[in-house]
Design a protein around this ligand. Structure first.
Ligand SMILES: Nc1nc2c(ncn2[C@@H]2O[C@H](COP(=O)(O)OP(=O)(O)OP(=O)(O)O)[C@@H](O)[C@H]2O)c(=O)[nH]1
Ligand SMILES: [Mg+2]
Ligand SMILES: [Zn+2]
Length: 380
């Protein structure tokens, strides 16, 4: 054993503890690396655990127990990854080979994710993009000014429920709003089972309502459009300026992104927060379960329709139609339910046709190879 190696002190993983390292991850690491910390993997490489703190295309910043390193994935990893979502993302726990003299490390594998927030990447080819992983609580942020939009919150909730993280809706800039209570109630009606809190970082209001989430070792990710106050929220909760925020005069500059990459920050008290760049639009990716969960109230009403296969159109005894008539179900919410449902179905069809095309060309390759082999061996 090389006693000079910083990772040999496995009982003292202080740096990593600040990033949420615990027994669960220690076990997961042992499984993946096939050995204990500082031990050798099957290929003889000495592996250590680390957490991905920030990502810049193919380069990562990771936290190891010896401090922060720059990292890239190994050649084998790159070769074996079938899609972009299989590459490390911010929040991932990884097994790395560190090159201490260079403050650099090679990522060999990712420990199985406990949660993953995924959206459809921009572009024509359906492809998933991982926003963040191993998130315990997801703060869905909407500001109580021009940005306020219940339908947008519903979209985030679909992705959040699908991710495995527990969603919480935060309505920021409460100081700019005169009917906060009505809006909180409105969002609560569109977010069954989800806590909704109004806060103002500017006026230091509503902070205590967030304390149930600020738990030692927990990871909270903050998502929402640009300018809603995500980084301001982080700084406020951290009690210091960790992130740059938009200048006052830029406040209404739409499309201006102040935060440009995702990053983890350990806060005093032990919670770990992930700041993210604002999203112009959250494009949904495969999320049937998340969709059902986000609209569980409508699903519950539909269960009481007279016919099990009711399409809520002209059927007799349709509970959904009745709820819309009585006002128990908001028309706009029902529209949003149908629209997002159609969107998910359309996207699933697109993915299917792409995978069919991919399968076809794979079949062709196999066919070509087989006939080549047959030709070589002169058989039929
Ligand atoms: N009135 C008011 N303004 C706020 C509050 N919180 C944030 N702001 C302002 O909103 C603007 C945007 O804040 P940021 O924290 O940079 O927003 P962001 O969501 O991080 O934006 P991106 O990084 O671009 O995604 C800044 O000018 C803040 O000062 C608040 O509670 N009240
Ligand atoms: Mg920001
Ligand atoms: Zn019905």
């Amino acid at each position: 054993m090389n006693m000079n190696h910083p990772m040999q002190e496995s009982s003292n993983m202080n740096e990593l503890k600040d990033y949420g390292w615990n027994e669960y991850w220690e076990n997961a690491f042992t499984q993946v690396s096939g050995n204990s910390i500082g031990g050798k993997s099957g290929s003889g490489v000495s592996l250590e655990p680390a957490r991905v703190v920030a990502q810049f295309t193919n380069r990562y910043r990771i936290m190891t127990d010896a401090g922060e390193y720059a990292a890239e994935v190994s050649g084998k990893f790159q070769f074996q990854a079938a899609s972009r979502s299989e590459f490390p993302a911010v929040g991932d726990w990884v097994a790395v080979q560190s090159l201490p003299g260079e403050q650099r490390a090679i990522i060999h594998s990712i420990l199985p994710r406990r949660s993953a927030m995924i959206r459809r990447a921009a572009g024509n080819v359906p492809e998933e993009q991982v926003i963040g992983t191993n998130i315990d609580t997801l703060f869905i942020v909407n500001a109580l000014n021009g940005d306020y939009n219940v339908r947008k919150i519903e979209r985030y909730l679909i992705a959040a429920w699908e991710s495995g993280a527990t969603p919480v809706v935060l309505l920021t800039k409460a100081d700019l709003c005169t009917d906060t209570e009505r809006r909180v109630a409105e969002v609560e009606a569109a977010a069954p089972g989800v806590p909704v809190h109004a806060v103002s970082a500017l006026e230091n209001e509503g902070r205590e309502s967030l304390s149930p989430y600020m738990l030692q070792g927990r990871t909270i990710a903050v998502t929402g459009s640009s300018g809603v106050g995500k980084s301001t929220l982080l700084n406020w909760l951290a009690g210091g300026d960790l992130q740059r925020v938009q200048g006052i005069r830029e406040d209404d500059a739409r499309g201006r992104h102040t935060t440009t990459h995702r990053e983890l920050f350990p806060l005093p008290g032990g919670v770990i927060m992930m700041d993210t760049p604002g999203m112009r639009e959250l494009q949904l990716w495969e999320a049937d379960d998340g969709w059902q969960e986000a609209f569980s109230d409508i699903e519950a009403i539909a269960e009481t329709c007279r016919f099990r296969d009711c399409r809520h159109q002209a059927e007799q005894g349709c509970a959904v139609k009745e709820a819309l008539r009585s006002g128990a179900l908001d028309e706009r919410r029902y529209e949003s339910y149908k629209k997002t449902g159609r969107e998910l179905a359309h996207q699933a069809r697109k993915e299917q046709s792409v995978s069919k095309r991919q399968k076809k060309s794979a079949d062709k390759r196999i066919e070509a190879r087989t006939s080549y082999v047959k030709h070589k061996l002169d058989i039929d």
